[in-house]
Design a protein around this ligand. Structure first.
Ligand SMILES: [Zn+2]
Length: 74
């Protein structure tokens, strides 16, 4: 498939994502396959969810709408 004109940037499901656990304070990076992406139909935000490698708690955050190129978020 070839893109002729690019649309609005969407959250990429294959980008490593940085999470911070609100329960124990652990910060970690989840690779593709280690986190899930889902649409919250209540407010139409896309959220990323994963599990803390330290306390195994549920962690979620709002997805960035643009492609992540800033190393602070990777
Ligand atoms: Zn934790």
């Amino acid at each position: 498939m070839k893109i002729i004109k690019e649309g609005t940037p969407q959250p990429r499901a294959d980008t490593p994502q940085k999470f911070k656990c609100k329960q124990c304070g652990c910060e970690f990076v989840a690779e593709k396959g280690e986190y899930d992406t889902y649409m919250n139909f209540y407010d139409f935000r896309t959220e990323l969810t994963s599990y803390c490698p330290n306390c195994h708690g549920y962690v979620s955050k709002e997805a960035f709408r643009t492609v992540v190129t800033d190393s602070r978020y990777i």
